[in-house]
Design a protein around this ligand. Structure first.
Ligand code: FAD
Length: 322
């Protein structure tokens, strides 16, 4: 038995998600008394040895025509082949867009027990037992599988990363992926210069209380001083005030930042479904009865147009003095 971890890279670069997956796999392998092997695809421009700081010593790099474009069937087939070459029975995948596309295909290919939405390290590895978030984050369950192959898909930023010592060796591997279904990306509309929401450690979000798109400058300014991503409620993107890529909630993106600041958002259950996994929630609303205050760790009752510029200035001052 061994642990196989999908190490995603973005145009050859590793991000925090990759390190979190590496660390999750390394700790799971330690619990199982075995080794964890990372698998990454395509040309890597980053120094792969850095993965070792998160507990992995071995990374296999798969290159070639099969892996120049992302194809979830090919990635799944490759992970399965690496596992069969190395006695792998436990797969760790970060629940990114790509990770969520790979995991179910891999589950079918390997007849594995698939556990998604995991928010913590396993409490046991025999049988594999993990805590997962259910019903749009309104509940938690402990979930076990005793199937021979198992796949853990954890919610990004739910377990965090701690940098340690160590260095990983990356070697080129070869696998056979066989004939797999092909779906092609026909067009890419890239959002430039922004922190992608699923990876953001801090998010500043605006709702209908912002009155109109012309007022988003203060959301962006607060986001800039906090090095945060920007998000919005569904009506805001439906009205075209902000792009749909910023819509968070049950029907939008589910996020997991360390800090979520909700400005002029009422706190409807469908909105909370996508943001309530945030570690600290701050709500700013001029209605003291707004439901968001029940879900928030900190609340400011006040007019956003008065509070937000003052908050931005206070953070700027704090940063300048510290
Ligand atoms: C099937 C379904 C799925 C849905 N999915 C989602 C989803 O994924 N994401 C989502 O967000 N919504 C979703 N919704 C919509 C959701 O129910 C709410 O209607 C929506 O979240 C409300 O958006 P809001 O809080 O921006 O607007 P509002 O409900 O209009 O709230 C605006 C808030 O701003 C406050 N405010 C007004 N002026 C100021 C001011 N000057 N300063 C400070 N505060 C002020 C008000 O007090 C109010 O609380 C869904 C609904 C359905 C039925």
């Amino acid at each position: 038995m061994s642990v196989i971890v999908y190490l995603e890279n973005w145009e050859g670069k590793f991000k925090k998600n990759t390190f979190e997956a590496a660390q999750y796999a390394a700790k799971t392998a330690e619990m199982m008394g075995t080794e964890a092997i990372g698998v990454t695809f395509g040309d890597i421009s980053d120094d792969a040895s850095v993965i070792g700081k998160y507990g992995l010593s071995k990374v296999i790099n798969l290159k070639g025509g099969d892996f120049t474009e992302f194809n979830n069937y090919k990635v799944a087939a490759a992970l399965k082949d690496v596992a069969s070459q190395n006695g792998g029975d436990t797969y760790i995948i970060s629940g990114t867009f790509n990770g969520k596309a790979v995991a179910p295909v891999l589950a079918i290919q390997t007849e594995a027990g698939l556990i998604t939405n995991v928010i913590d390290m396993p409490s046991s590895t025999s049988p594999l037992t993990v805590k997962r978030s259910v019903f749009s984050s309104k509940g938690l369950v402990s979930y076990s599988t005793d199937v021979a192959n198992r796949i853990v898909v954890f919610i990004p930023n739910s377990v965090g990363v701690t940098e340690g010592e160590g260095s990983a060796e990356m070697s080129e591997g070869s696998v056979s992926v066989g004939d797999v279904p092909q779906s092609n990306v026909t067009d890419v509309d890239r959002v430039k210069g922004k922190i992608p929401l699923p990876e953001a450690e801090r998010v500043v979000s605006g709702g209908r209380g912002m009155k109109g798109p012309e007022n988003w400058g203060m959301i962006e300014e607060l986001a800039e001083v906090l090095d945060a991503g920007t998000a919005c409620s569904k009506p805001v993107s439906d009205m075209g005030w902000r792009p749909h890529t910023e819509h968070v909630g049950q029907t939008g993106i589910a996020i997991n930042p360390d800090l979520y600041i909700a400005i002029g958002i009422s706190g409807a259950i469908q909105h909370l479904a996508g943001v309530s996994n945030s570690k600290t929630i701050v709500a700013i609303n001029n209605d003291a009865e707004a439901p968001f205050f029940k879900a928030a760790d900190y609340g400011i009752v006040g007019d956003a147009f008065d509070v937000v510029p003052k908050l931005t200035e206070a953070i700027k001052k704090f940063k300048a003095e510290n």
